[in-house]
Unconditional design. Structure first.
Length: 255
């Protein structure tokens, strides 16, 4: 017969109540200090919002009655914007389908390809839409095609990452079964990974429906870009004036 040791054991020391209180107060003070810093760093002034509200009301009042003479041009620009978003999203979808298997740790062919794919996705996500739009403007000219390319780059950075994460979280049973049967990597992806994640991939594309709004704000597109394109032409003609303008604006802010 064996005896059982019923002596209570100390599982660990718990922090004293005053220590927990001090930690809570310190964390609360840090959060408050963070918000105070953000408040002053962003020049928040609610009085400016109140005193300048009449300017916003005046601009909104000038929108009515609408100018119906530009209706046909606006409809045409909206159609081009939709086409830009459609082509940009489709191109990004195809590229993401190709890039995602390389960026998924569980099915990537080689660690070097994994790191390279992840780096490309990270670079695509860090480039703002208006920056890539301006870069493609000087590459292909002022046209909606530049907007298609800019939207494709931005969307690839997001979609490919979400697709890769979905692949890493999937059930690997069907994949392992096909690997054991001697299937190649392409066959495994087309006949196991892709059918299993098609609903997820389609849902993520629908989730990225905000690309249509981005297309309307992209510099090369008609709706958001006619003013930007004219401004780009003006800047190109007046490039010698920009340093003085920027310096004067900074000096005015310093006052």
């Amino acid at each position: 017969m064996t005896s059982t040791d019923l002596t209570p054991r100390r599982l660990g020391t718990r922090p004293t109540p005053w220590l927990r209180t001090a930690g809570t107060l310190a964390a609360s003070a840090a959060v408050v200090a963070l918000y105070v810093h953000a408040w002053f760093d962003t020049d928040v002034d609610l009085s400016e919002l109140v005193t300048g509200f009449h300017n916003m009301a005046r601009i909104i009042g000038q929108m009515f009655p609408p100018n119906w003479s530009v209706l046909s041009a606006s409809v045409r620009a909206a159609i081009v914007t939709f086409d830009t978003a459609l082509l940009g999203t489709t191109a990004a979808f195809v590229i993401s389908i190709i890039l995602a298997p390389l960026a998924a740790r569980n099915i990537t062919p080689h660690p070097v390809l994994y790191e390279l794919a992840r780096a490309l996705m990270g670079i695509a996500r860090t480039i703002p839409l208006w920056v890539s739009g301006l870069l493609f403007l000087v590459t292909v000219g002022i046209s909606p095609f530049a907007g298609v390319l800019a939207l494709a780059v931005e969307t690839v950075g997001v979609l490919a990452k979400l697709y890769a994460e979905a692949i890493e979280a999937m059930d690997m049973g069907p994949v392992d079964a096909m690997r054991v049967s001697g299937a190649r990597r392409t066959q495994v992806f087309l006949h196991s990974v892709l059918p299993s994640l098609t609903p997820t991939f389609v849902g993520l594309v629908i989730y990225r429906r905000t690309v249509l709004r981005s297309a309307s704000l992209s510099p090369p597109t008609p709706v958001g870009g006619r003013i930007a394109c004219r401004a780009a032409r003006f800047v190109a003609r007046r490039a010698d004036l920009m340093p003085g303008v920027v310096g004067e604006s900074l000096r005015g802010r310093g006052r």
